[in-house]
Design a protein around this ligand. Structure first.
Ligand code: ADP
Ligand code: TPW
Length: 574
């Protein structure tokens, strides 16, 4: 075996490095998000030499988040490549987050020598990565022989994409890359995965059961989740909503599947419809904490509701409450079966229901318009988001990345989306740190402009990646909603000591200066007009831009809209 094949031999021989690259390319994967180092530095070089796009990050978590975003947007697993132990662990958070969100990605990590790791003899970056990864992903594999690379990558791709999508770990020990083998045998060992996400057709009786329930409803509601956005069944989903006439609510990453301005959108009457609906059809949305587990005050009178649930994962059914009509299959097949079953005589929901929703919507939207039109100084979330809202309306194909607490909640409710898969955010975990990784992943895979609306705390988790944005000259405009801290900047140290309170940052920080260090454009914006101008210039030029938008430090609330999840001590103070 030789680690360096000379050019005469290469005609006849291949090696682990080339087999990994050839296997990925054979399966249509053209981009790697990663961070070089032992033992994968040469893999990044050779991948670039072989025409792959290799995007190098400053921290593996953000490379992993970029891969996850790519997976969600393209239905191809995003690839994150890291070094062993610490690099692997840095990437693992992103792998776990991708799995929790049902995004397909593959974390490929180089690893140390098996013989030394397994005897715990203290290798460079020693770690049993395969077992560490297992609880946090859908599947985990290790390849020990060059001739198994093709099958290993095929298994990783199929595991990430089939059924409920998710994260897969692939462990490639250092020695594997150097292994040489006959080039023809190597080529024959590669596997092109056929039909990696097979359609799963729902059972006809399940479809009939669901339609019967929906037909009998007096106050039906459709809830679209990010599974519906992922499925890329956009036209059929829109047809189902419109043909049924049923009001719908999009979960945050399903916004834009139908334009948020659609007459059937019930977003502006969310609490009313959740409480009052009698039949709720979930399409690619789980009844987890984001939907109050399908019960409690949010959902109105106890036991007054019945659920239809469309999902590819049968075990999701009855996760929190009883589901009267499960429809198991891929969303594309399920929605088209439902559409076919509806026939041409489908009766729209009663006018009392749609009328009551419209009335509440109008009232709430007029109230919101008044709030948005105010122009306080300093800006608050509403006055800043009013101009973001106009910007997205003018550029509906732009991708919006969004994280923070108040910044997340207000952006989600104020900024309308018009096209599918144009919003990426903190997702199922409510995780901070996805910002720059998602923005880079989205810009690289789609080539579209990206607008990242970031709380100042949220931005800090991935802020160093502005260098990556500048290095690849990506059309990303980051807007930091700077209110001097986590949730806000008003807390004080109760002891009167010199340390500031745990939620408070350096006051009046100039995040715009950070991007200037790398040749990007920094803007300090204190009014909606300045913010609008800077965003418009960033989008028109495509130049990496960071806008420090100064927000009133008292404008936010603790944890945004989920204050109630903060534990309150039951102990009474004497
Ligand atoms: P949200 O956070 O938007 O409510 P979730 O992530 O909770 O959405 O739910 C997404 C659901 O969609 C998961 O239960 C997942 O199994 C399902 N899903 C993902 N892709 C598909 C698909 N192609 N077909 C059917 N169901 C899918
Ligand atoms: C990985 C906890 C939730 S929201 C948030 C933190 C630290 C930041 C809120 O402040 P920000 O936004 O971004 O300035 P705003 O608009 O309210 O001022 N670590 C991780 N994930 C989470 N969710 C946290 C900590 C948290």
């Amino acid at each position: 075996m030789s680690s360096d094949i000379n050019s005469t031999d290469r005609a006849a021989q291949t090696d682990g490095f080339h087999l990994v690259i050839d296997a990925l390319k054979l399966n249509g994967i053209d981009t790697i998000f990663g961070l070089p180092g032992i033992p994968i530095t040469d893999l990044t070089r050779k991948a670039q030499a072989a025409g792959m796009r290799v995007i190098s990050f400053r921290h593996e978590q953000h490379a992993g988040n970029a891969a996850a975003a790519a997976g969600f947007l393209t239905q191809k697993p995003g690839i994150c490549l890291t070094v062993s132990a610490p690099g692997f662990l840095n990437g693992l958070t992103a792998l776990a987050n991708a799995t929790v969100n049902c995004f397909p990605m593959i974390l490929i990590s180089g690893s140390s020598e098996r013989e030394i790791v397994d005897l715990q003899q203290g290798d460079y970056e020693e770690m049993d990565q395969l077992n560490a990864a297992k609880p946090y992903c859908k599947a985990a594999f290790r390849v020990l022989h060059a001739q198994d690379i093709g099958i290993g990558i095929a298994r990783a791709i199929r595991s990430a994409l089939s059924g409920r999508p998710g994260g897969v770990y692939l462990d490639l020990p250092a020695k594997l890359f150097a292994q040489a083998m006959d080039a023809t045998a190597g080529k024959l060992s590669l596997v092109k995965v056929v039909d990696p996400a097979p359609r799963q057709i729902p059972a006809p009786d399940a479809v009939q059961r669901a339609l019967a329930l929906l037909k009998g409803a007096k106050r039906p509601l459709i809830l679209l989740g990010k599974g519906a956005a992922y499925a890329q069944a956009d036209a059929d989903i829109r047809a189902l909503v419109e043909k049924s006439g049923v009001p719908y609510l999009p979960m945050s990453m399903a916004k834009g599947l139908l334009p948020d301005t659609h007459v059937q959108s019930a977003s502006a009457a969310r609490s009313y419809v959740l409480a009052e609906a009698d039949v709720v059809m979930l399409v690619g949305a789980r009844l987890n904490w984001l939907l109050s587990h399908g019960k409690g005050k949010t959902w109105g009178a106890p036991n007054a509701k019945q659920f239809i649930q469309i999902d590819i994962a049968p075990t999701e059914i009855d996760s929190n409450v009883a589901i009267a009509a499960p429809v198991i299959g891929d969303i594309g097949s399920c929605v088209s079966a439902l559409l076919a079953g509806m026939g041409s005589q489908w009766a729209k929901p009663p006018a009392e229901w749609t009328g009551a929703i419209a009335e509440r919507k109008d009232k709430n939207l007029s109230k919101m318009a008044v709030t948005l039109a105010q122009n306080p100084s300093p800006m608050n979330f509403h006055s800043a988001l009013n101009v973001v809202r106009d910007m997205v309306k003018a550029h509906p194909d732009m991708i919006v990345v969004n994280e923070g607490a108040n910044t997340l909640d207000f952006t989600r409710s104020i900024v309308d989306m018009y096209e599918p898969r144009k919003r990426l955010d903190c997702g199922t975990w409510g995780i901070m740190g996805i910002g720059m990784g998602f923005a880079i992943g989205a810009a690289v895979t789609t080539g579209k402009p990206v607008l990242a609306i970031e709380g100042d705390s949220a931005f800090g988790f991935s802020g160093m990646e502005v260098e990556t944005i500048c290095r690849y000259n990506l059309p990303v405009c980051v807007v930091v909603f700077n209110n001097n801290g986590v949730y806000g900047g008003m807390d004080v140290n109760p002891t009167g000591g010199s340390d500031v309170a745990p939620t408070v940052f350096v006051k009046n920080a100039r995040y715009d200066k950070m991007i200037e260090a790398f040749g990007g454009k920094g803007v300090h914006a204190t009014t909606p007009a300045e913010l609008a101008k800077a965003m418009a210039e960033a989008i028109a030029s495509g130049r990496p831009t960071l806008i420090n938008a100064v927000i009133d430090e008292s404008a936010g609330t603790e944890s945004g809209r989920i204050t109630s999840l903060n534990p309150q001590s039951a102990a009474k103070k004497k």
